[in-house]
Design a protein around this ligand. Sequence first.
Ligand code: GTP
Ligand code: SPV
Ligand code: MN
Length: 592
Amino acid sequence: MNKHKGIESWIKECAALCQPDKIVWIDGSEHQRDALRIEACTTGEILELNQDKLPGCYYHRTAKNDVARTEHLTFICSKEKDDAGPTNNWMTPEEGYRKAAEIFKGSMRGRTMYVIPFSLGPVGSVFSKIGVELTDSIYVVLNMLIMVRCGNEVLDVLGENGEFTRCLHSKAELDESRRLILHFPEDNTIWSVGSGYGGNVLLSKKCMALRIGSALAYKEGWLAEHMLILGVEAPSGRIEYVAAAFPSACGKTNLAMLVPPEGLTRKGYRIWTVGDDIAWMRVDTDGKLWGVNPEAGFFGVAPGTNTKTNPNAMATVRRNTIFTNVLLRENKTVWWEGMDGDPPESGMDWKGDDWEPGMLDANKKPVVGAHPNARFTAPFTQCPSASFRWEHHHGVPISAIIFGGRRAHLAPLVYQSYSWQHGVFVGATMASERTAAQYGKLGEVRRDPMAMLPFCGYNMAEYFQHWLVMGQRMKRPPKIFHVNWFRQDEEGEYLWPGYGENLRVLEWILDRCRGEGEAISTPIGSIPTPDSLDLTGLELPPKVIEELLRVDRQQWLDEVDSIAEFFAQFEDRLPHALDDELNSLKRRLTAG
Ligand code: GTP
Ligand code: SPV
Ligand code: MN
């Protein structure tokens, strides 16, 4: 039970603002969860799926104008604009509280306010952080019960005066013109109003674990990153761990749950999933970087997921899963574009309209059944490749850090940076094509440093500096790499088969970390020699491999100009080390 005076008075304040009919504490019991499911089914907020085929599974549709994170409505509210930096939207705390309060005012009339105490990281670990989310959405409660550790046991750890992140959410009217996602790093507070979509409202995730988390990590000397963590078990039984940052919808969940391809299974590799979206990492007394996944569930992209691309995800979502914005079949099961088998003959699409395969819209474009950013929410422990070290408060030692984006051209399949500092430069200059996970123009290339552009809760220039300092604090820092699974040929076809085959690249990366594995130096970093990648069983013509690893000097010189432009916005706050790296890159590109 709650013994914390600060929580009581904060809830009272929020209740006075939002005016809910009643307040209900989430205790983490199955009994309460079941009752909430029944209530949400009665009101139509969620729908019970076919319990024979999908036991414990439910279905939800968000409002049509509310299907992805809204970055233009997401703000860092710090006293000084400089503390938010040039890459964040900014408001003063006063303005933020005032604007949002107008929308929160009376927003929970006729509704219940749920109080969700949660822990990011194992309950009671010294590395974990506690948050409390207040919300008027049962959908949010049910998702949070999967995504993080919730309930009374968290309150026990919090005690009478523990520190916690104050997270206030209301759907309000779900009106886009009255939607704000606000972060107050100086107050350890998050206010989100007017949305019902995952990344905007499951406040433990992007808002706390990354935006507030990164600001805390900067202050306290650790890293909060948009990264998956996986373990690669070699035939000898040795397990090495890598952390990888790819922007939203660029393959973290897929890589984290990788199943070794035929050729490499024979070698005896096995993959262990530690996390698929967020990594919290610290330097330990051994001088190494150790990482934990602070979450307890997956909030993964459904479209494109099938038993070939991600069999572990398919096994994970067979029960106790919430499906959002996918296609609903007549037999109350679900479907999405890129799932196994033929599309169903009919169903109801993510908007709730009747749907048939081959339907065209007014512009003669195919009508999709599932929204491209449709998601599944599933418990971590249901994943067949879930790591046995997942709950370990100490996490896992990280051998390699991998940055990657979606680049049709330019970036080779893989390259290794020359040093930690060069690796930080590689991460800081990452770019990717925009996907459906956020509003904006699809396919447009934008710089997304460390995949954190939308998630860094303070000035990105200080964030770069923090990364540089972290490297100096480690005796044995991880080696840093860059990958690109998405290079295309002239016809726009992917050159690399991707998915399970990505293990071939991981194998080279880990070889390099052990000081093995052959490489060739190029101006941008070291790439594999033609025979150092094990491509057994993959019938890729040598020409394709060559194209995958090609470094085009002219294209990279153009990239240098674009990086310089990107860096310019940070003015004199940009660490000199990154300028030095840019100059060195240019020098290497123009030499010989
Ligand atoms: P968030 O949950 O938004 O952070 O996304 P994520 O980074 O976890 O991305 P996810 O693994 O869900 O993949 C998103 C999309 O990329 C899916 O449509 C996948 O099918 C596709 N994808 C993932 N890995 C690969 C790959 O190796 N090659 C290709 N071509 N596509 C991939
Ligand atoms: C992402 O967009 O990077 C996600 C999904 O992981 S969301 O939680 O909606 O941000
Ligand atoms: Mn993500």
